[in-house]
Ligand binder design. Sequence first.
Ligand SMILES: Nc1c(NC[C@H](O)[C@H](O)[C@H](O)CO)[nH]c(=O)[nH]c1=O
Ligand SMILES: CC(=O)[C@@H](O)COP(=O)(O)O
Length: 224
Amino acid sequence: MASMASTFSKLSHHLPHSSTSISPPKTPSLYGHSPKTTLSFSASIQSYATITFCKRNEKISPLVVSAGVRHLTGSLTRTEGLRFAVVVARFNEVVTKLLLDGALDTFKKYSVREEDIDVVWVPGSFEVPLVAERLGKLGKYHAVLCIGAVIRGDTSHYDAVANSAASGVLTAGLNSGVPCIFGVLTCDDLDQALNRAGGKSGNKGSEAALTAIEMASLFEHYLK
Ligand SMILES: Nc1c(NC[C@H](O)[C@H](O)[C@H](O)CO)[nH]c(=O)[nH]c1=O
Ligand SMILES: CC(=O)[C@@H](O)COP(=O)(O)O
């Protein structure tokens, strides 16, 4: 802590009087997200106050009034005790199985235990939201990851299923109060879908699992 104080106090010589921020130690970055700054303090605050703000693991209410701005972000590394449900649509199973594999690999990589994950299969993406909301309301899970693949056909059926899945998953989260993550592909053809299920455009199931971990952690550690 002494060396932290001296680092900050040295830095403060170079800081303007207005509020500024210091980056925290790097955590694994999310797809499309850069590691975010989570600590902020004013240059006018002396080192003692700075040390107080740096004790990130302390159980302090986020609503405590302080001279520093608190930036709250879910952690990808504090996954102990987090439980997840995954709802997967069987329609276009050749794609959704790959998305699920990607999600499960990611949970494993981030130390989520297998016994803390339940996978629930449903017929199609249209059925995903109802089940997601029920799972959220059970109060057993910190996040519900929704997986599906809607692929355009000849009629407007695609729009009905894709839009229902998207707004339904949003509603499931809002109604249950548990983060419901949208891992449903909406693609023009099978190639596009396979490219996003472990092909050349990555694996969206894996990316959605990262989002689920971050949101679960945010809720568990700061928003309850
Ligand atoms: N066409 C796709 C569907 N259609 C099925 C619906 O999701 C639903 O199961 C049916 O309308 C009965 O309610 N589902 C997908 O996941 N992907 C599609 O491309
Ligand atoms: C979701 C779809 O568009 C597809 O499965 C339905 O195909 P179609 O529009 O040709 O009936």
